[in-house]
Design a protein. Structure first.
Length: 202
């Protein structure tokens, strides 16, 4: 019996020594305010089609975050997006409207239905418990004529601060913006979007 106990103790010690440390922990599904943010919006669509809207989320934490059970919803009810999947630490999550053909250079993490109004939306990002994680209260930037997205300057600052948004200046295949990558802007903000002419989005 003593011999068996000694063997078991040795096996336990060996497993402790040789088990890799620092393995990724289980993804978090509940979040605190600002953990994940709405980072960039092409509320005006693209140069190909004004219906080709897209939204980018950013994981502001040091851990992967599961979006299962989360929602991104406009105050007027459209769009109302049940989110799935996960965002690795300090990475981006791109949502393309209708299908994955919106962005030719980026693969969508998720597609959704429902148009964003060019005159503005109030968007709420909520986690699986229903807690508010981020909010955008207006189109503070972006250019409908140039099809330039509205880009967040600092993901650690509230999305309801107009000075924390600017119009994108980096060129991509379908307009101006940086879908799935760090934002590139002039760094200045005039506090309002340009050309909010409403199209009859389908």
């Amino acid at each position: 019996m003593k011999k068996i106990t000694t063997v078991l103790a040795s096996v336990s010690m060996a497993l402790t020594i040789f088990t890799p440390m620092g393995l990724p922990t289980e993804e978090a599904s509940a979040a605190t305010s600002g953990d994940v943010v709405v980072n960039e919006l092409a509320w005006m669509g693209t140069t190909v089609d004004y219906n080709d809207e897209w939204v980018e989320l950013y994981n502001n934490t040091g851990s992967s975050v599961s979006l299962d059970g989360w929602t991104l919803t406009a105050a007027d009810g459209t769009p109302s997006i049940p989110l799935t999947g996960s965002i690795p630490s300090d990475e981006y999550f791109v949502l393309e409207r209708t299908d994955d053909g919106t962005l030719s250079e980026v693969t969508a993490n998720q597609t959704y239905s429902g148009a964003l109004s060019n005159s503005g939306e109030v968007l709420e990002l909520r986690d699986g418990s229903g807690a508010l994680v981020d909010e955008v209260d207006a189109w503070h930037a972006g250019d409908n004529s140039a099809k330039a997205s509205m880009a967040r300057l600092d993901p650690a600052i509230t999305g309801m601060d107009a000075s924390n948004w600017a119009t994108a200046t980096h060129t991509y295949a379908e307009g101006l913006g940086t879908p799935g990558a760090a934002n590139a802007t002039s760094g200045s903000q005039n506090g309002a979007c340009n050309d909010a002419t409403e199209h009859l989005n389908q």
